[in-house]
Design a protein around this ligand. Sequence first.
Ligand code: SF4
Length: 146
Amino acid sequence: MAEEKHWQEGMKTHENIIFSCFGGLSNTGITSALACLEVVKELGLEKVAIGCLGAIPLNVAPVIGKTKAAKKVITVDGCPFECAKKTVEQSGFTPTKSIVLVRDIGMKKKALHEDIGENIKGVMEYVSQDDVKKAKELIVKAILEE
Ligand code: SF4
């Protein structure tokens, strides 16, 4: 097996980085993740990539390095717990912009456990494509604005 070449300072990297909370226990976290993926699909990987949120508090060197090298660090959280923003901040980064879907696009949070044993639906039935689109547009704007 070829030896993995870790990223090091000075190597090429994505221009900007987004950290999504991606909580799968609610519609808000899922929407955050899907919106971030849509942003990468729209703008392309040279312009932006989704950072590995779990690697930040673990001080995983390539992820920390790419975050330091990014022009913008955008955090996207579903709800006011702001897990992505707080995780990034606790590791010493100041997000260029923090987006919270409940606050910034008026999303209503739905905890998915509430429907267990009642009327639990397929996961995508809890996601509004309109919310994903609104969130995507807000993130794209944050990346492209000067
Ligand atoms: S910010 Fe809210 S939706 Fe996102 S992971 Fe944290 S608790 Fe879940």
